[in-house]
Design a protein around this ligand. Structure first.
Ligand code: 5GP
Length: 211
């Protein structure tokens, strides 16, 4: 059976730095070849092995503000003293064309995307506890002490927004967390409300009329 045409879904994943969002996103993107990552614009410098155009689009403040003024960003936020924004057009196009997008954005961005796209699905990833989170932030080794403590403070603020999300995943075990995210994707893809009602009606009618 062919699947019934539907609108594309925006899957938002938020959670404090160090909760494991990048690892989780990578795992889910590997499982679903037809799930695309929304590549944000940011004014922060590339970290480690990040690649421009793949992990982020790294731009200077001038370019970022020009995009903002032109209305090219669906949402933007200042996180850890840098600006981050989601390009609008790829989202609108994906929803219309039935393609699904994964957005790794902070709680402010998630709120804005939910306003613009009420059918978006939001998932909050929680670290098991504060000590684990601090350990993960330090273990990354790419940030200095001041950055780590700023991120920890910010983490506590972000976690306060967890109850506003559609789904919550506690990241105790990487594979288990990925499996839970996968289940959410599979489930949301089967929602009748997202399906093209004319295609669905024609599909159902065929059962009555075909020999
Ligand atoms: P990082 O600098 O560690 O890659 O990301 C810092 C935070 O910014 C993360 O919480 C990430 O989810 C968030 N972020 C990344 N891109 C965007 C974006 O386009 N919009 C918003 N609102 N947050 C973003």
């Amino acid at each position: 059976m062919a699947t019934i045409a539907r609108r594309g879904i925006l899957f938002i994943v938020s959670g404090p730095s160090g909760a494991g969002k990048t690892t989780l996103s990578d795992a889910v993107l590997r499982v679903f070849e037809d799930l695309e990552l929304s590549v944000s614009y940011t004014t922060r410098a590339p970290r480690g092995e990040e690649i421009d155009g793949v992990d982020y689009r790294f731009v200077d403040r001038e370019r970022f503000d020009a995009m903002l003024a032109a209305g090219d960003l669906a949402e933007w936020a200042e996180v850890h003293a840098h600006r981050y924004g989601t390009p609008r057009q790829p989202l609108e196009r994906a929803v219309a064309e039935g393609r699904d997008i994964l957005l790794d954005i902070d709680v402010q961005g998630a709120r804005k995307i939910k306003e613009l796209f009420p059918d978006a699905v939001s998932v909050f990833l929680l670290p098991p506890d504060r000590a684990t989170l601090a350990g993960r932030l330090r273990g990354r080794g790419t940030d200095d002490d001041a950055t780590v403590s700023r991120r920890l403070q910010n983490a506590c603020r972000e976690i306060a927004s967890a109850p506003d999300y559609d789904f919550l995943i506690v990241n105790v075990d990487r594979a288990a967390a990925a499996a839970e995210f996968e289940a959410i994707v599979r489930g949301e893809r089967r929602r009748v409300a997202r399906m093209r009602q004319d295609v669905l009606a024609a599909f159902v009618r065929r059962f009555e009329t075909e020999p």
